[in-house]
Design a protein around this ligand. Structure first.
Ligand code: S3P
Length: 169
């Protein structure tokens, strides 16, 4: 198996779906936001506040280089902006999790941990800006994806099964 990258907008369920794929297949999984927090010994929210977004994007590019050189046979959940790294398709098979904006927004707001979910996602603090970002990114996600999985009206188990079938060879 090559690496599999899960890309898509904040709140689409990349983490939840990754955990479900692990459960069903036993694959080892990483998360680019977790890697960045470990590298910096600092939470994403604080990195954005203290160092700014450009600094965070630079860390994403460094993680991407490390992944493409050093990681194999792994499932990689990514932050919503990670798809922009220049070597994305060299890392592995790119799976875009698609949902519409309203469903994503609902999913974050209705989560029992909504407050902490929003903390990690400063770009979601202003809903109009988040919607504009979604509209701008949606075609870009599609452009870089090898496989598109529509996650609307499906539970994590079903989505995981679909990804295992389509992307894990
Ligand atoms: C971001 C998404 C976040 C996190 C950071 C930036 C983005 O990850 O990487 O707040 O640019 O969309 P999730 O997609 O896991 O929320």
């Amino acid at each position: 198996m090559t690496n599999i990258l899960l890309i898509g907008f904040m709140g689409v369920g990349k983490g939840t779906i990754s955990r479900e794929i692990v459960k069903q297949s036993g694959v080892i999984a990483l998360d680019t936001d977790d890697i960045i927090e470990s590298m910096e010994h600092c939470k994403i929210k604080k990195i954005f506040e203290e160092k700014g977004e450009a600094y965070f994007r630079d860390l994403e590019r460094r993680v991407a280089i490390w992944l493409s050189h050093s990681v194999r046979d792994t499932l990689i959940a990514t932050g919503g902006g990670f798809y922009k790294v220049p070597n994305l398709n060299l890392i592995g098979t790119v799976v875009y999790l698609y949902s519409d904006f309203d469903a994503l927004y609902e999913r974050i707001l209705n989560h029992p941990n909504a407050k902490s979910k929003l903390k990690k996602r400063p770009l979601f603090n202003d809903v109009d800006k988040a919607k504009a970002l979604f509209d701008m990114r949606a075609p870009e996600y599609e452009r870089v994806a090898d496989i598109v999985v529509d996650v609307r009206h499906k539970d994590a188990q079903k989505i995981a099964k679909e990804i295992i079938k389509k992307a894990m060879k």
